[in-house]
Design a protein around this ligand. Sequence first.
Ligand code: AP5
Length: 217
Amino acid sequence: MNIILLGPPGAGKGTQAQRLTSRRSMVQLSTGDMLREAVKAASPVGLRAKAIMEAGELVPDEVVDELIGNRLDQPERYSGSGFIFDGYPRTEAQAKSLDRLLGDRGMKLDYVVEIEVDEEALVDRITGRFTCAKCGAGYHDRYKLPKVPELCDVCGSDQFKRRPDDNEQTVRTRLAEYRAKTAPILPYYEAKGLVRRVDGMAPMDEVGASIEAILDS
Ligand code: AP5
């Protein structure tokens, strides 16, 4: 089963993708994570993307299409329980590219899950977010602290980090980009009958249960 998690920055796409990964052995394909790895490695893609990401704008379509295509071409890395597209596609051109990338490989999309949220909550969610520097597990200053203070629940590391684009000004640009370029792709998927919606303002486990109910339907 292959699904897209769609929603504005801070909606909980990464949180729910990680949950599905551990509960169902699905594979998270996050273009944001891939781009951050490229920035860290100072690769040509990373050098191109760094300033764009820090400004909260969208990286060119062809860059992310290629990242996704490359991952789909490495089936030996994946368990075969399906892909979760997290943060991709983000434009209508990317949506069409994804159809082509999947179709060329004999795959298809099963659901597009829109995580609906109250925009006012998002700045608070994003500016409070931090992750384990070693394994990438996600936390929040108020909504999800490590069970043992300052130690990652998953790997026990005491090293955490925050993203450079998780500041209020950049979040507002990211939200504007979402409204202008990403939300308009919903009708494309509605016409295909793939869209399902969950209440992203519910507690994380409830959101997760709603998504799993869709996958089991
Ligand atoms: P990306 O990394 O994709 O960021 P984003 O879409 O802005 O999404 P976030 O990661 O900020 O939010 P999320 O929905 O995953 O929320 P999370 O689960 O962490 O993209 C970054 C940049 O890369 C873009 O701006 C762009 O420049 C570039 N880029 C990436 N993909 C691209 C593409 N396809 N095309 C072009 N450019 C691209 O949750 C947030 C916080 O809230 C966490 O702390 C979490 O603990 C908490 N939380 C989650 N759920 C709940 C809940 N139900 N209740 C309370 N708290 C919650």
